[in-house]
Design a protein around this ligand. Structure first.
Ligand code: GTP
Ligand code: MG
Ligand code: ZN
Length: 304
C-alpha cells in the first residue's frame, strides 16, 4: 500500500494511506543502514502487518521533491513563515535567516505576521512595509479574525505548506482554526518572559479533506512544526548572499567594484549602502545581511 507520513513519534511513522486509514509503521532496518531517515511529508510504500490494529512496516520512500532540515519535512510546495507582532516580539534577524534558508532550497515563502490584536503602535504596518519592499507576499492578522483566515486559506489552497517560526507565535492555533479536524495542543505564554514554551514537539501533517471549510474542492496540506529560536545559515558562499536579498539587486550596479560585499566598502563607493542611507533599503534588512555575511565569511576563513 502507499501513503504519506503524517507524523513520526517514538519510532513509529504514522501513514495516511490511500485507503484513507492511518497505519502505525516501523521502518525496516535498511533505512538505518542506508542512513535515510523517513520524514513527515514523505510518500511511502508499506506492508500491512496487522490489519486489525492498523500496523505496518515501511518498505520504500518515494523520490523526494525537496527536503528541509529545519524544520525536518519533505515534499513541500511552500513555507508560511509565521512571526507574532508581539508576545513574543519578532526577531527579524531570525526571519531573514529563514528567508535565506528557504531561498536556498527554492521554496516559495509567504510571511504571516500574527497577533495583530496586540499591535497598538503600528508595528504591523512597519513590518509589512519592510518585507513587501523586499519582494515577499505578506499577510497580517490574527487567528481569531475570519478575514485573516480567508486570506490564509487562499494562500494555502491546493498546496502543501510548512508552517515555520519561533515558539509561541501561533502556528498550532492557526492550524486548529483552519482545519476542523485538527486538535494541536496550543501553548500558554509564560507571563514573565512572554515567550512561547515549545508546546509542539513533533511535526504533524494535517490534510484538509474535501468537505472541510472553504477549500471543499481542493486538497491542501499543512505541516505544523515545533518552533525554534535560532537558525545558522550554511551552504551559501558569502559573495552569493546578496542574491537572497532581492531588494539589493537594483542598487548593485551602482557599486564601484564588481564583487562589492556591501559590508566593508565605504559608503561613497557602495550603491547598496547609499540606498540604505536614502531609505530605499530597510536598515534592519541591511544589518541582518551584514551579520549573516560576517558569519559566512568567518566560516570560510576557518574551513579553508
Ligand atoms: N493575542 C493573540 N494570541 C494568539 C493569537 N494566535 C495565537 N495566540 C496565542 O499564542 C499562544 C501560543 O500559541 P501556539 O499556537 O501554541 O504557538 P505555536 O507557534 O504553535 O508554538 P510552539 O508549538 O511552541 O512552536 C497561545 O496562548 C495562543 O492562544 C492571536 O492572533 N492573538
Ligand atoms: Mg505549536
Ligand atoms: Zn556595494
Amino acid at each position: 500500500m502507499t501513503g504519506k507520513i503524517i507524523k513520526g513519534i517514538g519510532g513509529f511513522y504514522y501513514i495516511h494511506a490511500t485507503d484513507n486509514r492511518i497505519y502505525a509503521c516501523r521502518a525496516v532496518g535498511i533505512f538505518r543502514k542506508l542512513g535515510i531517515k523517513p520524514l513527515v511529508g514523505d510518500d511511502v510504500d508499506f506492508e500491512v502487518t496487522d490489519e486489525k490494529d492498523l500496523e505496518g512496516s515501511l518498505t520504500a520512500i518515494h523520490e523526494r521533491r525537496n527536503i528541509l532540515i529545519r524544520p525536518a519535512v519533505a515534499n513541500i510546495d511552500q513555507a508560511m513563515i509565521i512571526f507574532a507582532v508581539r508576545e513574543p516580539d519578532p526577531n527579524l534577524n531570525l526571519l531573514d535567516r529563514f528567508l535565506v534558508y528557504m531561498g536556498m532550497q527554492h521554496i516559495p515563502v509567504v510571511i504571516y505576521f500574527n497577533k495583530a490584536d496586540l499591535d497598538q503602535s503600528g508595528l504591523m504596518a512597519r513590518y509589512r512595509g519592510i518585507y513587501e519592499a523586499a519582494g515577499y507576499e505578506v499577510i497580517c492578522g490574527s487567528t481569531d479574525d475570519p478575514e485573516t483566515l480567508q486570506k490564509i486559506r487562499t494562500a494555502l489552497k491546493g498546496r502543501t505548506t510548512v508552517l515555520a517560526g519561533p515558539s509561541g507565535v501561533g502556528k498550532s492555533s492557526l492550524t486548529n482554526r483552519l482545519f476542523e479536524g485538527a486538535h494541536m495542543e496550543v501553548g500558554k505564554l509564560s507571563q514573565k518572559i512572554k515567550r512561547g514554551k515549545q508546546t509542539t514537539r513533533h511535526t504533524e501533517l494535517i490534510a484538509l479533506k474535501p468537505g472541510d471549510g472553504d477549500l471543499a474542492d481542493d486538497e491542501a496540506y499543512v505541516l505544523d512544526t515545533p518552533g525554534f529560536t535560532s537558525l545558522y545559515v550554511t551552504g551559501v558562499a558569502s559573495q552569493d548572499l546578496e542574491g537572497y536579498f532581492e531588494e539589493f539587486t537594483p542598487w548593485i550596479p551602482y557599486c564601484r567594484y564588481v564583487g562589492c560585499s556591501h559590508v566593508n566598502e565605504g559608503k561613497s563607493i557602495c550603491g547598496v549602502r547609499q540606498a540604505v542611507g536614502r531609505g530605499d533599503i530597510s536598515v534592519e534588512r541591511y544589518e541582518n545581511y551584514c551579520q549573516i555575511y560576517g558569519e559566512l565569511k568567518e566560516r570560510e576563513s576557518t574551513y579553508r
